[in-house]
Design a protein around this ligand. Sequence first.
Ligand SMILES: [Mg+2]
Length: 158
Amino acid sequence: MQNKMTPHIRSKIQGTGRTQQTGWDPVPQADPEAVRNLTFQQFSATNLQRCNRWHAEKPWHLADWVVAFIGEFGEACNNIKKLKRIEDGIQHIGMSEDVLHAELAREIADAFIYLDLMASAAGVDLVAAVVEKFNVVSAKYDFPERLCLPDTSNQIPE
Ligand SMILES: [Mg+2]
């Protein structure tokens, strides 16, 4: 696989911490408190910053981001398919349920990262779009849950 890569792509992979012989270098564990306090805006800004570093020479078209997102979402679906087979007692050869679940988390993360970059490529403020759509659906079905309203009605009911 790596022999087919262009030198441009190979150099980008080397810059990410991936090694030719061992795969991925060990990644330091994130601080759980920092994870709890991370805002979506901080994540999205860092995601876009890394993307611009990675794709500075040849930015991707929106269609490239869509395909990347769907590819990762498909990988998550494949893990769900395998977990469902285990749940249904269908013979399954391969990863254990625990490993599949851990892989599912990684694939969902991959999809989420690409979804954010897809929104950026489309010029969409993903958080603002999600808040607006969430509140539209709540209003349509008369649910009390609302996000980010300027008064006390944005409190989630107990
Ligand atoms: Mg993946």
